[in-house]
Write a new protein. Structure first.
Length: 423
């Protein structure tokens, strides 16, 4: 958690600088286009077919066996499978970037900006594919409960990103270069961890094909449920920037993105607190230590909701003046947008704490049911409200759908299932 805190602080510094330094020379439209392309990282996270998430649980259970050969096979096979998926994703996304009429979907007013968006997405397609594999390396470290190494290298990557950003601003670099700087540093940091696994004998390319064939059935069996969850996240929240851009243009995304980043000053510390618990829950579940699971979750959910509520109130009161100062008056959201984002902050952080427990215990099928219900309610509501309400409508629609499906789903429908797994 300490290493995670330091990593997130540096990451937040990069985020603050990326807005305050680039928005003045990019303008709202180009900045919004950059944020829209970057948002595809969460939209397309499902392309690993859920294997990345499944790998964390698989590695956690393999590490409890105490047999080095089993752990090496699990790590090597899992990363090999992700490597295959990454290569396929690169080819597909690059082809889409080449042929898709971006000006029609993101609604930019300049042909030059439309061409720049196309090039940016081509760069994104390669970076995203590599990040699928490199994020798998981070998932392995999480399963080994050595997340602190991921965060420490993440600090180094973020510092490199800061220096690269300063050079980009001085040269007034275009969107493809800015995207490379913002995504490339974290990818490089995670790839260094692959060398660490190799040195420790926890990863090998020897008999890689056999390891992939051995692990693929196990990872896909659990991964397809995570895959459905990732589809749900993509449809329900990951596509928000795209929906706003399609309805009101790329410039409108700037208001949404800046407000969303302000909320991260509250959500990120809470994510820091909950992040290590996924592997800890999985390890405790493997050892049948239900008392640890129950005690830890109760503390986690109380602290998360308490701090999120305090943070939400502060952002409602101080949010607009802070954003005005932050963006030099270029982008100032409405009070309504800040308020609904603050409400969503509480729901989202509470859901993160619960989701960490569910993922660690391998309770995925119930999550799929809840997310499916959420999609059925949220997607048509967002599509309708985005046309008239813009960013406010998209967020408000999500809040209503979340309460009707997720809160009721876990609070009433699956309540007994959750209690049974912790008793």
């Amino acid at each position: 958690m300490v290493a995670n805190l330091a990593s997130r602080l540096v990451g937040m510094l990069v985020m603050v600088m990326s807005v305050s330094l680039t928005l003045p020379y990019l303008g709202a439209e180009r900045f919004g286009a950059w944020m829209t392309v970057a948002s595809f990282a969460s939209i397309l996270s499902f392309l690993d077919l859920g294997v990345g998430n499944a790998l964390t649980n698989r590695v956690a259970h393999a590490s409890t066996s105490g047999v080095d050969m089993i752990l090496e096979r699990t790590v090597s096979g899992g990363l090999g499978l992700l490597g295959v998926f990454s290569l396929c994703a690169a080819v597909i996304l690059f082809g889409i970037a080449w042929f898709l009429p971006w000006a029609s979907y993101i609604k930019v007013h300049s042909a030059a900006v439309a061409a720049e968006v196309r090039t940016t997405f081509m760069v994104f397609s390669v970076l995203f594919a590599v990040s699928m594999f490199s994020n798998g390396v981070a998932r392995v470290m999480n399963g080994l409960q050595r997340s602190f190494e991921v965060y420490l290298l993440g600090i180094a990557g973020s510092l490199v990103g800061v220096m690269a950003l300063l050079l980009c601003v001085r040269a007034q670099a275009g969107l493809p270069v800015l995207l490379l700087c913002s995504m490339g540093s974290s990818v490089l940091a995670n790839l260094i961890l692959l060398v660490v696994l190799l040195i420790r004998g926890q990863f090998s390319v020897v008999a890689w094909g056999a390891a992939i064939r051995s692990e693929a059935p196990h990872l896909i069996h659990l991964g397809w449920l995570f895959f459905l969850l990732q589809i749900g996240v993509m449809v329900s929240w990951g596509a928000d920037s795209f929906l706003i851009a399609s309805a009101h243009g790329a410039a409108s995304v700037a208001f949404f993105s800046v407000t969303q980043r302000l909320m991260q000053f509250v959500s990120q510390p809470l994510a820091i607190m909950n992040a290590p618990l996924w592997a800890a829950y999985a390890d405790a579940d493997g050892r049948r230590d239900r008392a640890f699971v129950r005690r830890t979750f109760v503390r986690s959910i109380k602290l998360t909701l308490g701090f999120a509520t305090i943070g939400a109130v502060l952002t409602v009161v101080l949010g607009r003046p802070i954003i005005n100062l932050w963006t030099h008056g270029k982008v100032v959201p409405t009070e309504g947008l800040v308020t609904v984002m603050a409400i969503w902050l509480i729901l989202d952080t509470g859901g993160t704490a619960l989701g960490t427990l569910l993922n660690g215990l391998g309770i995925v099928r119930q999550q799929v049911y809840v997310v499916s219900a959420f999609i059925a309610v949220a997607l048509p509501l967002k599509l309708w409200w985005a046309q008239s309400g813009g960013a406010f409508g998209v967020v408000a629609a999500g809040i209503i759908a979340y309460i009707l499906t997720t809160v009721i789903g876990y609070g009433i429908v699956f309540r007994r299932d959750l209690i049974a797994r912790m008793s």
